[in-house]
Design a protein around this ligand. Structure first.
Ligand SMILES: Cc1cc2nc3c(=O)[nH]c(=O)nc-3n(C[C@H](O)[C@H](O)[C@H](O)COP(=O)(O)O)c2cc1C
Length: 490
């Protein structure tokens, strides 16, 4: 990381930094470097005075041309405290995903929410009430028959004093209890005694999630007005199994909380943004096609993240097996030519983000009937022709959006290819990701997996982002787009 000149900080921040450095037995420069690195690596932002120092350091580093801090600063500059004055009652169930509840508490508090926690007795097998209490900075409620708790707060007050009840992880057991009106412990009693909205983030093994009784309970709870976030598909934490049942990431849960309380920052309100996502299918005949491994997870996550920041998002999606993102208008297409036509019809727009893995080639003429295998004739010869280059088309379009972002999925020469793409395609930003099997990202790799490690290539330099979930990449990119659009006058 480039060094920054600390003496340019204002006196108050300099003094805070000096105290902090002394507490940690570091020089001020070292302390500054540690804090900037943590922010760039996407670690949870500090609160209070640390937050003030971190923001000042990022601003200073950015003004002194450090190439890697722009997106961290964009995230920092999103309005904070979106949940200030909101009271969340978090119920932690006994699932392996309980560890994610700790991060959820920090992130809720970081946004200004007051978080009170009820833990089931099974939950206490997975995380301790000591950690939960330290993070929530409040007493943790575990026992319905605790005389002190019942006298001081009482289960009815506990359930009513919150603005929202969040169950994370929501176990199969907790869902079954609530669907059937059981109230045999503090968590279930609080849940049926409340007059406030309830958000559930289920987490369980895919077999448990698809078990008929769980499906029935899910449907019943939906009808009873409970809102759900997730579960997602992916690898399970506890075994080598994969499927639907993974708890949504804390940021997704926060987005659902903000949506329910209508509280998120809306820096993209009034902006129209086109996003493409997924693969394209290029037909060979009516039953066969050429495709690629893109799942649409990253593009859909970006569309959702932009919508959460208030943008009017039009998503043009190739064939994928994931749901349309909430709050986004989705247009479904199959072929690259259809995707190009759909995108062109959506112009003008303030920004366009091309995440779709568009097939470079299609067959010159797809057969009208299924091509028959004829004995002795050998396989058919497929003549390929080039597909339209949607990114370049929009990058050089007369109605070009103010901000054009492309993705470069490469298996070799990542940065060289990304930099070449930037000028050739007329893009402002290229998000480069290594989709090779050796990328080191999870067993399923970037394509189809839930994680990504990207570099942001623009004319001002290259930002390297650490490995994160695709939702986190999406949230950070959306913040960066909001920051960039702010500087574009319409
Ligand atoms: C190691 C381990 C992991 C578990 N993970 C889950 C899980 O992810 N989801 C779930 O519904 N149940 C899970 N269970 C089962 C629950 O802990 C059990 O059903 C418990 O009664 C749930 O209690 P609660 O809903 O009151 O917290 C797990 C059990 C063990 C031993």
């Amino acid at each position: 990381m480039a060094s920054i000149t600390i003496r340019n900080l204002d006196d108050e921040v300099k003094e805070l930094l000096r105290q902090l450095a002394a507490e940690n037995d570091r020089s001020m420069e070292e302390q500054a470097r540690v804090m900037i690195r943590a922010a760039v690596d996407g670690q949870i932002g500090p609160v209070g005075r640390l937050d003030q120092i971190e923001k000042a350091l990022l601003e200073l580093a950015n003004s002194q041309g450090a190439p890697t801090v722009a997106s961290a600063l964009a995230v920092k500059n999103l309005p904070r405290g979106t949940l200030s004055n909101k009271r969340i009652l978090l119920i932690i169930g006994g699932g392996i995903a309980a560890y994610k509840a700790l991060d959820l508490i920090r992130r809720l508090r970081e946004r200004g929410a007051a978080v009170r926690v009820v833990m089931t007795s099974a939950a206490q097998e997975f995380v301790t009430s000591l950690s939960v209490g330290a993070l929530s900075a409040d007493h943790v409620f575990t026992d319905m028959f605790d005389r002190n708790d019942e006298h001081d707060v009482g289960h009815i007050r506990l359930s009513r004093e919150a603005d929202l009840l969040v169950v994370a992880p929501a176990t199969a057991d907790l869902m079954a209890k609530l669907a059937n009106g059981h109230a045999n412990d503090l968590a279930s009693t609080v849940l049926i005694a409340t007059d406030k909205p309830v958000l559930m983030a289920p987490a369980m093994n895919p077999k448990m999630w698809s078990y008929p009784a769980t499906r029935r309970n899910r449907a019943t709870l939906g009808k009873d007005g409970i809102t759900f976030v997730g579960p997602a598909k992916g690898e399970m934490a506890e075994s080598n199994e994969a499927g639907e049942g993974r708890m949504s990431e804390p940021l997704e849960i926060i987005a659902a909380v903000e949506a329910l309380l209508d509280a998120g920052p809306k820096p993209l309100a009034g902006r129209r943004i086109i996003v493409t996502s997924g693969p394209t299918h290029e037909p060979i005949d009516p039953v066969r096609y050429i495709a690629n491994r893109s799942s649409g997870k990253q593009g859909h996550a970006i569309a959702a993240a932009l919508a959460r920041l208030g943008a009017d998002v039009r998503l043009v999606s190739g064939p994928v097996s994931i749901a349309d993102p909430a709050g986004v208008k989705t247009i479904h297409v199959e072929r690259a030519q259809e995707m190009r036509d759909a995108v062109e019809q959506l112009l003008p727009a303030d920004a366009a983000v091309f995440v779709a893995a568009v097939a470079d080639w299609r067959t010159e003429n797809s057969a009208g009937e299924k091509i028959k295998k004829v004995a002795g004739e050998g396989p058919p010869v497929l003549r390929m022709v080039e597909n339209p280059d949607i990114l370049a088309g929009v990058g050089h379009h007369e109605r070009r959006p103010g901000l054009v972002v492309g993705f470069a999925a490469e298996t070799q020469d990542l940065l060289r290819n990304a930099e070449a793409k930037l000028s050739k395609k007329g893009a402002d930003i290229i998000v480069a990701n290594d989709v090779s099997q050796t990328s080191g990202i999870g067993p399923s790799g970037v394509m189809g997996g839930d994680r990504n490690r990207v570099r942001i290539v623009s004319r001002t330099g290259i930002e390297e982002w650490p490995e994160m979930t695709k939702d986190e990449v999406a949230a950070r990119l959306a913040a960066l787009i909001a920051a960039r659009l702010k500087t574009i006058v319409v």
